[in-house]
Ligand binder design. Structure first.
Ligand code: CMP
Length: 225
């Protein structure tokens, strides 16, 4: 199953079977326990990773100790490539939210593929462009959208990637604490909890332990705009 995940990741999707098999010989597997730090912001970095199983959070810490969650990544998603294109320290910390398994690839092993196979470079550029689009949306939301709107948007985004359809609605096992969800939204825990309680009271969702059950996706979508 995880080999399937790897073959669909941006790096490998560009390659035919034979080339993908050749690149795979450079892959090392990394296993993380829940809560384990893979690397920290400002560390030197020489590898990129593709999530095979589990969830990873990418976070940054402000000088006063406050945390901002940039993203929660799941199977098939890649991270740790910024220091490949721009050899400087890690721009965020990567921490396992659940037990996780990753495929790691050394930047030095990758460089010949980027220069020798333009399609690999193009797939990576596309992944970077998608991230920039997403980041621009996040910035615009921080400026233009209120906290409940941002909470709705984050839940829908998490639902798209981690949601499981049930008879009642879509269950989103985000594996985030209330504090982490607030860090992802970019607001205080109290404000985010208030928005969640309001949505629950309206019957749009049900709050569960490290999960939500989305009962009315349309209303949430409407609120996120
Ligand atoms: P790197 O700087 O090597 O290590 C941290 C990684 O987090 C970085 O590469 C990117 O892969 C990833 N990252 C940084 N900023 C964002 C962002 N805004 N959204 C998603 N991922 C990010």
């Amino acid at each position: 199953m995880s080999e399937d995940v790897l073959s669909k990741a941006p790096l490998f999707a560009a390659l035919d079977r034979e080339s993908a098999a050749a690149l795979r010989t450079s892959v090392t597997e990394v296993r993380l326990a829940k809560g384990q730090t893979l690397f920290s912001e400002n560390d030197a970095g020489d590898r990129l990773y593709v999530v095979l199983e589990g969830k990873i959070k990418l976070s940054r810490t402000a000088a006063d100790g406050r945390e901002n969650l940039l993203s929660v990544l799941g199977p098939g998603e890649m991270f740790g490539e910024l220091s490949l294109f721009d050899p400087r320290p890690r721009t965020a910390s990567a921490i396992a939210l659940t037990e996780a398994r990753l495929a790691g690839l050394g930047h030095d092993d990758l460089r010949p593929w980027l220069t020798g196979r333009p399609e690999v470079a193009l797939h990576l550029l596309r992944a970077l462009a998608q991230r920039l689009r997403r980041t621009n949306d996040v910035i615009a939301d921080l400026v233009f959208t209120d906290v409940p709107g941002r909470v709705a948007k984050q839940l829908l985004d998490l639902a798209e990637r981690f949601g499981q359809k049930t008879e009642e609605g879509v269950r989103v096992h985000h594996d985030l604490t209330q504090e982490e969800l607030a860090q992802l939204v970019g607001a205080s825990r109290e404000t985010v909890n208030k928005a969640l309680a309001d949505f629950a009271q309206r019957g749009w969702l049900r709050i569960e332990a490290k999960a939500v059950l989305i009962l009315d996706k349309e209303r949430l979508q409407h609120r996120s705009r």
